[in-house]
Design a protein around this ligand. Structure first.
Ligand code: NZQ
Ligand code: ZN
Length: 390
């Protein structure tokens, strides 16, 4: 196990009806003027925006609104949010939505007082300082952005999707009410499940040994998601199953499961290239890329950990042949994704081998020359993984 430091400062308010407390939570911290950030309109349709505003009104917290943040959010829209917050004198950005809204708020928060562009931070031309606080009312269990240290934006001019990891990205508080996720379309629920599992698997596939506690916690969390996902797909209003998935999504990406080891993250980087170019939903892209990465890892000295995953998470009987058990685990993972209504190949999404070279080069370049830890990848390896995903 490696040495580590861990501080997850975001205060979590978890459970039914917690969003009614948002005004009290903000006022008790002394903020008097907030900017409510939201996406393409689901919070308007579900009535959540009105509930949030009423809660703020009840305690005299002034508020402005900034909507229209799209999925796979752009750096350009994020810069607009930063300008608007400066103009309005906002003291806190309140993200009401999913990863796209939260990430936009996180990155805009760094820009409000400094006047810099979000891309200055993703490119490390500046480090976040003097940032506005961000509060979250979460509406989708997926990215874990509600407590994570990361934020991801797409620069449409450059066609590049890029994340920034910084402790300054951790929100001040996160309101997590599983009931808010009951209005999600099945496709978004499924994409969330895939992303949650991917955040666990990126950290699970490591060459660092003696990480048994975190391995077993991760396996338990993965099994919980695999067990509850079919329930939420068939009974979208099942509170208990929604709650299990929502809490798993947060734990999956708040750094706890990374303690004592290094993660791989190649699948995420390969997926970001896909969503930057084809605007595919992040979870949908991961359902395609992760099994392909596993097949590549299996052929490159990854069979022992893959077999452990297969046996402990997907109940594959131990045969004594790690490679065979690992292959069966990958088959079961793909079958699980398909049972959620997702596809597991690029071909099914109309994507062929036209941009693989460019995507592979860029993923490797962004990673500084070698991508991933469990299996270090060069551009040719990445291309091979995209081909395995066809
Ligand atoms: O935009 P609206 O109208 O609100 O609709 C959204 C959006 O279309 C809808 N939705 C959300 N909550 C809903 C709802 N519809 C009905 N009822 C609700 N309760 O769902 C759609 C997807 O929302 P989005 O925020 O895009 O989803 P997600 O949370 O999966 O975020 C994806 C983004 O986060 C990034 C991804 O790359 C992608 O850009 N990631 C962020 C990470 C982080 N900050 O830590 C880590 C991840 O690995 C990921 O890269
Ligand atoms: Zn992810």
């Amino acid at each position: 196990m490696l040495d580590f430091e861990l501080c997850i400062p975001t205060k979590i308010y978890f459970g039914r009806g917690q969003c009614a407390r948002v005004g009290e939570i903000i006022a008790s911290r002394g903020y008097r003027r907030v900017l409510i950030c939201y996406g393409g309109g689901s919070v308007v349709r579900t009535g959540l925006l009105e509930r949030v505003k009423s809660s703020l009104d009840a305690v005299g917290v002034e508020h402005d609104e900034f909507g229209g943040i799209q999925a796979n959010p752009t750096s350009e829209r994020c810069a607009e949010l930063g300008h608007y917050a400066r103009e309005r004198g906002s003291e806190l950005l309140l993200a009401v939505g999913g990863g796209s809204v939260i990430d936009t708020a996180k990155m805009a928060a760094h820009c409000v007082r400094t006047g810099l562009d979000p891309w200055d931070y993703t490119e490390h031309r500046a480090e976040p300082s003097d940032s506005l606080p961000v509060g979250v009312v979460l509406t989708i269990a997926a990215t874990g952005s509600e407590t994570s240290d990361s934020a991801v934006l797409t620069n449409t001019a450059l066609g590049v999707k890029r994340g920034l990891s910084s402790e300054k990205n951790r929100p001040l508080f996160a309101i997590m009410d599983p009931e808010l996720t009951m209005t999600l379309p099945p496709y978004q629920t499924a994409c969330g499940v895939v992303d949650i599992m991917a955040h666990m698997m990126e950290r699970y596939f490591t060459r660092v040994t003696h990480v048994e506690l975190i391995d077993r916690m991760t396996e338990g969390a993965l099994k919980t998601v695999v067990g509850n996902a079919p329930i939420v797909m068939h009974e979208p209003e099942n509170y208990d199953a929604r709650a299990e998935i929502m809490w798993a999504g947060c734990l999956a990406h708040n750094t706890l499961f990374q303690t004592g080891r290094v993660g791989d993250w190649a699948s995420h980087k390969l997926e970001h290239e896909l969503s930057a170019l084809y605007d595919i939903a992040h979870g949908a892209g991961l359902a395609i890329v992760f099994p392909a990465w596993m097949k590549y890892a299996l052929a490159h000295d990854g069979e022992a950990k893959l077999a452990q995953f297969a046996v402990r998470v997907f109940d594959v009987p131990v045969s004594g042949d790690d490679a065979a058990d690992a292959a069966e685990g990958i088959r079961r993972l793909e079958a699980f994704y398909r049972s959620l209504g997702l596809t597991t190949t690029l071909t099914e999404n109309g994507i062929g081998d036209t941009d693989f070279g460019r995507m592979a080069e860029r993923a490797v370049a962004l990673a500084g020359g070698t991508l991933g830890q469990f299996v270090p990848l060069k551009a040719a390896d990445c291309e091979a993984i995209y081909r395995l995903a066809l």
